[in-house]
Design a protein around this ligand. Structure first.
Ligand code: SF4
Length: 351
């Protein structure tokens, strides 16, 4: 299913996570916080002995972020994975991220602490669906968001992240048709900022699609002095942008500008902005990173329920077990890996 570039943004309701990925996932309890320091010490020692680097996405639990060598978004962690000198990469994130690390560092051992850590967005397009879509649009350039399986990347011309998606679209000759997948909200936002007509796949992340314009409006009314930072995967993005330019719709009162940013962009913006308060429209794990990187500032989630069950599967105990037992080792077939790598290297080069 695809969206015509000129079509209005579809209205979507959040869908239960059980519809996606490797079956239902149950988020485990974090364990007793009093045990965290000892577990973190044990993990650091295991990583040192095994020559392992620990990477954690910004949506991971706070105690996982705190024990990692590097925390960041997909683009930042991809770069680290590609250049890390260690022989083992432990990826505290979801499966497409560990696959990406393996593709970029094929000679290294890549471990994912919980094999059920999938992604509803990556699951919204299969490689068979992509092949059919390409057959309908011969000659088009395929740009895939990094939240895709290795097989889908292998069928793509470019990968991108929310940090560099605009630069990737800008780099493609204007006369070329672009198939953009799988996130429709990111695709709609890209159309707006690039001025390019895109052919967009109607995929979504169930977490970001659940952050609604009503959530945003409620918080903006309650916190008129706060700056609003929105991830482009959010279901609210297009409507928020419309509202941001329409002061008359809110009684003519001037409104704070909206900033559409990747998670790394949010961190940088919050550090540099003179503002003291921010409304954050993305997965709530980013709040821990924001509070660490911009101490003394106040961050309010637009939707407290915006929690990725897949990201929260990784606990300190599972990370420790991953290092002790060498589980779960991620592999990507050589032919898929070579083809996917081309698209990923273009992504890394353009940013
Ligand atoms: S927050 Fe959404 S896009 Fe990110 S890993 Fe979770 S399901 Fe996938």
């Amino acid at each position: 299913m695809t969206a015509d570039a000129a079509a209005p943004q579809p209205t979507r309701q959040p869908r239960p996570v059980e519809e996606f990925g490797p079956g239902s996932v149950t988020v485990p309890p974090p364990g007793d916080p009093a045990t965290f320091p000892a577990l973190q010490t044990e993990i650091r020692e295991l990583a040192r002995k095994q020559n392992a680097v620990i990477l954690a996405h910004s949506y991971e639990r706070a105690e996982i972020q705190d024990v990692a060598d590097h925390v960041g978004d997909s683009l930042r962690l991809s770069r680290v994975a590609a250049s890390a000198p260690e022989s083992t990469i432990v990826f505290c994130g979801v499966s497409f991220m560990a696959e990406t690390a393996k593709i970029l560092s094929p000679s290294k051992r890549v471990l994912l602490p919980d094999i059920k850590a999938g992604c509803s967005l990556a699951d919204s397009i299969t490689v068979e669906q992509l092949r059919s879509w390409k057959a309908e649009h011969r000659g088009a350039v395929v740009v895939s968001y990094v939240n895709t399986t290795a097989a889908v990347k292998a069928e793509s011309d470019y990968c991108c992240t929310s940090s560099n998606a605009k630069a990737v679209i800008d780099a493609i000759p204007a006369e070329k048709q672009i198939l953009f997948l799988p996130d429709m909200f990111l695709g709609l936002w890209l159309q707006r900022v690039t001025g390019r007509k895109l052919t967009i796949w109607l995929g979504e992340c169930h977490v970001h699609a659940g952050i609604t314009p009503a959530d945003v409006e409620r918080l903006r009314q309650a916190e008129p002095g706060a700056e609003l930072l929105v991830h482009p995967e959010c279901g609210c993005t297009s409507q928020v942008l419309e509202a941001a330019t329409d002061d008359a719709a809110f009684g003519g009162a001037p409104r704070k500008p909206v900033h559409i940013l990747s998670t790394e962009g949010m961190v940088t913006y919050a550090q540099q902005s003179p503002a003291e308060s921010f409304l954050i429209a993305t997965e709530t794990g980013i709040l821990h990173r924001l509070e660490k990187k911009a101490p003394g500032k106040r961050f309010v989630p637009v939707n407290r329920e915006a929690v990725c069950q897949y990201m929260k599967l990784t606990t300190l105990a599972k990370l420790r077990d991953s290092l002790v037992l060498g589980q779960f080792e991620i592999d990507v077939p050589a032919e898929t890996s070579i083809r996917a790598r081309r698209a990923l290297e273009r992504m890394i080069a353009i940013s």
